[in-house]
Design a protein around this ligand. Structure first.
Ligand SMILES: [Zn+2]
Length: 434
């Protein structure tokens, strides 16, 4: 076993949950100074510092925290001691604290706190466990307090969130000196787009078509990306446009949906008429695939998901056009790039291939691989060995030959092999024999 460098270095870990954290002794410079002084008293220097700003101690994905642990576990790492200002800086999750610290202890790394200078003995361990539980409890209590303060703000007509719903912006209002609240007010540009979405959707367009129209006219979502059918449906599902915003629809940390009785409603200036919203909802319900399946299930199209677009890398999917024949099958079926089908030519121009052409191409490619002379001879021998062989039996033998070929198994799904028609296979064998 190769031993890494001797662990001797001390590093500091700092964290503030909000950029302007209220408690002054917990500001980054204060934490930094306390750690430096703690190290100086022990005649050691802090080799480097890791600082997370604006992240919760309950979030295990903190960037600098993860980077520090990666550095600790890196082969040849020299990190011996991690210094924090307070146990709550390391994590506010007591279980994680126990698990991470015991893993670190196994490789000879310890975590020490400036405020809680604990000894490495049973009493020290007990005290550390207490502190970790208190850190978690404080965090949970803070969460409850913040949530109720936010709910109260909503009751008073203020918007406590960070991202306003589409069509609105969050406008700061100084309610008294030093206290700023926010109100939801319609955003001129976005509100006009929301109205246009409703107009287009009610004029018998599907969400995908609405998205394509907006993209074509140069409109983009907030992130600058193209509109998609799903983004349009999110706008249509949001009741804020008609004047009612619901706060607390899902839990902040777990993202789990909350029951409707726990939502708090905030009245805002509507940007569409409630009757327009109701009409759009009725249409949405009518077009809902659960209620109205619309089209019959498409037949299995084998290459879907196996093919990729050469222009954008998205998968190829089935695209249909033309009227349904006898109400159940689309007359024209194609494969096309998923980006082109779902978003439109602004994202990818796509390339349509008729399903029949593609299936033939795949079949011919497959036949070139599997219809070797060796196999044809094998098949011929087996057919000769049997007395009376039906066409179906030839197909069965063929399939069993193909299924045992590692290349075929790797390249093509088994159900494609099952679909191979016996007659063209026979024709091919005849052709090879000749
Ligand atoms: Zn594409």
């Amino acid at each position: 076993m190769t031993r890494g460098r001797e662990r001797a270095a001390w590093v500091g870990y700092l964290r503030v949950s909000t950029p302007g954290q209220a408690e002054r002794e917990l500001s980054l410079p204060a934490q930094c100074a306390a750690i430096a002084e703690f190290a100086a008293r022990r005649a050691v220097t802090i080799a480097r510092e890791y600082a997370d700003v604006g992240v919760s101690g309950t979030d295990p994905r903190r960037r600098e925290y993860r980077r520090m642990l990666e550095d600790v576990y890196a082969p040849g790492s020299d990190i011996k001691t991690i210094v924090v200002h307070h146990t709550s800086r390391f994590t506010r999750d007591a279980t994680e604290a126990r698990v991470v610290k015991s893993k670190l202890a196994k490789i000879g790394v310890n975590v020490v706190s400036v405020c809680q200078d604990l000894h490495d003995d049973p009493m020290g361990k007990l005290m550390e466990g207490f502190f970790e539980c208190i850190d978690e409890y404080e965090s949970a209590i803070n969460g409850v307090r913040t949530a109720s303060a936010m709910r109260e703000a909503v009751r008073q007509g203020y918007f406590p969130g960070s991202t306003p719903p589409y069509g609105y912006r969050s406008e700061p209002i100084a309610i008294r000196s030093g206290v700023v609240r926010h109100r939801l007010v319609p955003d001129d540009v976005e509100a006009e787009i929301v109205r246009e979405i409703y107009r287009l959707y009610i004029a018998e367009n599907g969400a995908k078509t609405v998205a394509r129209r907006l993209n074509h006219r140069g409109f983009r979502v907030r992130s600058g990306r193209l509109w998609s059918g799903a983004a349009i449906l999110r706008v249509l599902d949001d009741t804020t446009a008609a004047g009612t915003y619901y706060w607390g629809r899902c839990a902040t940390r777990s993202k789990q949906a909350r029951p409707r009785s726990e939502w708090t409603c905030l009245q805002v200036e509507p940007i569409v008429d409630p009757s327009v919203l109701a009409l759009a909802m009725t249409l949405r319900e009518r077009r809902c695939p659960r209620r109205n399946p619309g089209r019959p299930p498409a037949p299995v199209h084998v290459p879907s998901g196996l093919l990729r677009c050469g222009q954008c890398g998205a998968s190829y999917q089935l695209e249909t056009s033309g009227k349904r024949v006898d109400g159940d099958v689309y007359r024209y079926t194609y494969y096309n790039c998923r980006s082109a089908c779902r978003v439109g030519s602004e994202l990818c121009p796509g390339f349509r291939v008729r399903t029949g052409d593609l299936h033939a191409a795949v079949f011919h490619h497959l036949a070139d691989i599997v219809c070797t002379d060796e196999r044809a001879a094998d098949l011929r021998a087996r057919v000769r060995a049997a007395h009376a062989v039906s066409v179906e039996r030839v197909g069965e033998i063929w399939r069993s030959l193909l299924l045992h070929d590692p290349l075929v198994k790797r390249t093509y799904a088994r159900h494609l092999i099952d679909r191979i028609d016996v007659s063209p296979t026979r024709t091919l064998i005849e052709a090879r024999r000749a």
